[in-house]
Design a protein around this ligand. Sequence first.
Ligand code: D61
Ligand code: MG
Length: 417
Amino acid sequence: MGSLGAVLRHPDDLYPLLKLKMASRQAEKQIPPEPHWAFCYSMLHKVSRSFALVIQQLGTDLRNAVCIFYLVLRALDTVEDDTSIPTDVKVPILIAFHRHVYDREWHFSCGTKEYKVLMDQFHHVSTAFLELGKGYQDAIEDITKRMGAGMAKFICKEVESIYDYDEYCYYVAGLVGLGLSKLFYASGTEDLAPDSLSNSMGLFLQKTNIIRDYLEDINEIPKCRMFWPREIWSKYVNKLEDLKYVENSDKAVQCLNDMVTNALMHVEDCLKYMSALRDHAIFRFCAIPQIMAIGTLALCYNNIEVFRGVVKMRRGLTAKVIDRTNNMTDVYLAFYDFSNILKPKINKNDPNATKTLSRVEAIQKACMDSGVLNKRKSYIIQSELRYSSTMIVIFFIILAIIFSYLSSTRAKDHHHL
Ligand code: D61
Ligand code: MG
């Protein structure tokens, strides 16, 4: 019912939502026949809310490699994230994980829900991994090795300085960027991107996650996880968890804005990385998560709700991003629009107001300098009044019926699985 309300408030979300629904049903139908590949692709759909659909659109060879790359790292991350595993058990697993990938007998039970299934049935992932080309295998092994070692390092070490924060994000996400650039290059369609730009692609996504997931991570049971660097939060509170208490709301929002400003530093690199891509599927695969990230930051900026619950872009807006992201013009428009949403939220009294404003203006300048911005008015806010209002109402009612029918059958499908 919540979704119907959202669609009523944003009627032009409806078409992209339907299109997305169709595409994800289509993707679910295209599960390969071999049991290990079937496991991998159905797992991908279950564990990755946002990446599955964009991975699905890549060409076969690259798609298989990226799917396995994702699942191997997701399994590694499940070990890292499980706070119930004692350190002396966890560290050796993280460090040796890149070797376990070659061993069809290996498995380690941890995590919960779909992550537990991934860990328990990891042999399917190993089996599929061993069928990839040598070039893909080597790239995946190399990144898994470096990420595992980096995660192990941070199990016993807190994120103190901004330098530590960038280093941690490099291990868990920057390296994914480096690995993906290598896979794109190996697939023959792209040049090899500079490491620093690939790293920025990962850092921008990871920092957005860390900002958005503050409450979830601090409330993690049995042990909380803290990724916000002390160098930033200590300017506002004495303990990181103090940010969630109502009496510290003003400080919390200032700290949040400081974190968002820090993340915005990576945007120009990301734009540069994306502008060098040639393949349409690879381009969409890279650009859609980046646009979602700037959208999420615009939503989180100056928003106390980050400390109260989950702040997420509405599904209709996500669907629009997926539908409308096809070339660099779309990306510049999206970054321009979302920074325009953030800009008026900057409060003159915020300690970092000047810094944030200059970041936002630098991003807008980068988008402007591309010279494509006047061609279309807006990316997100396209108020099309081409049809008469009566037509819209009729059309909308019909689509709403189809939509609620589709969501009810989908809900049924899920219960029967
Ligand atoms: C282009 C396109 C996609 C890119 C990219 C460039 C560069 C980097 C990335 C994707 C990775 C961005 C990761 C951001 C989300 N963060 C997490 O999932 C955290 O875990 C990090 C370690 C595991 C990384 C697994 C991964 C993620 C995305 C991929 C991929 C592998 C392989 C291929 C494509 C995309 C986070 O997870 C918990 C959660 O948020 O659910 C955490 O533990 O901090
Ligand atoms: Mg993790």
